[in-house]
Design a protein around this ligand. Sequence first.
Ligand code: GLA
Length: 391
Amino acid sequence: METKQLIGTFEEIFTTADPRVFFAPGRINLIGEHTDYNGGNVFPCAITYGTYAIAKKRSDQKIRMYSSNFPHTGVIDVEMDRLDYNAAHDWANYPKGMVKFLNQRHQSIDSGFDVLFYGNIPNGAGLSSSASIELVTGVLLENLFNLEIDRIDLVKLGQQVENQYIGVNSGIMDQFAIGMGKKDHGILLDCTTLEYEYAPLELEDYKIIIMNTNKQRTLATSKYNERRNECEKALVYLQQELDVLSLGAITEQTFEGNKNLIEDEVTMRRARHAVTENARTEKALHALKDGRLNEFGKLMNLSHISLRDDYEVTGLELDTLVEAAWEQEGTLGARMTGAGFGGCAIAIVEEDKIDEFIRSVGDKYLESTGLEATFYIASIGDGAKEIKVGG
Ligand code: GLA
């Protein structure tokens, strides 16, 4: 939908003119999966799909919210001093959480506002629509109320909303990628220190293809939290001998020498994924910087294998898509992206071979799972910001 059209809808619903327009992207992660909450590295980028927020300040203390994606929930109306989580408010809990936490920090949101949201991130695809709505709310509050907020603080606030208000124990990667994204660049982020580095995505004749399994991610939250706990357990075993604060601080070699400290095999494999994936992420950055694209692709494949066999977060749908992608001529590498358990995978594919890739991978997927996959060519865009309409 065009921003003009969104402004029109806003004006109709809220009977007021001249709102401002904000946008926050979704994200994909190139490599470095389930490493963020283990204090390791991630390598995500922001995509040009995302969430728009059309907003205007009010003179009273009401927040009125509407989503063009969920018209059946209508306008959700809340008072500035009644911002507790409410399951009946559904998607509107994300913006509510941001207002609540930001206000606790800054105490300077002095009035209510009207806002219309519209997202074009495929629904439930694991491309971080929730972090996107958090961050688009963050930038709209920052701009409507002239707050001075360090961008990394805004990113942390988004994660805090996710963890403490929504109740998903996620790491910092999604909010960071969405808050800090840069057109045509990936971000290598050290999730312990929050030091980061932008790396140009120079993929020559190749494109990043997003492949959506279109499988609903049902058990995702409970399984996600279960993996976190398993990693914490592994760390405690390893700390009997190693002076480390996270799995991300352990090299592959040190892990091999000490993995027998972990008493059960499943927990050992979870930790092995966290350690090897972290190492792969650094290797991938170097490969990309040196233009060794083949090597980069191989590391992506190894990442998927580790997520499939050691971390066990892939499942039939993601494995089918990725394995079909590996067989295609012109594929440099492919892997699941995000939390897993359904959602999306990505592949790096030679431009001339994309049509054949989509046809053939789509057919194989339909045959094995009975589901239709959706394919998108990813464009790497900027992080959350205001969009100036008409110049
Ligand atoms: C989800 C979480 C992130 C990260 C990924 C897995 O997207 O929100 O913090 O843990 O899963 O890498």
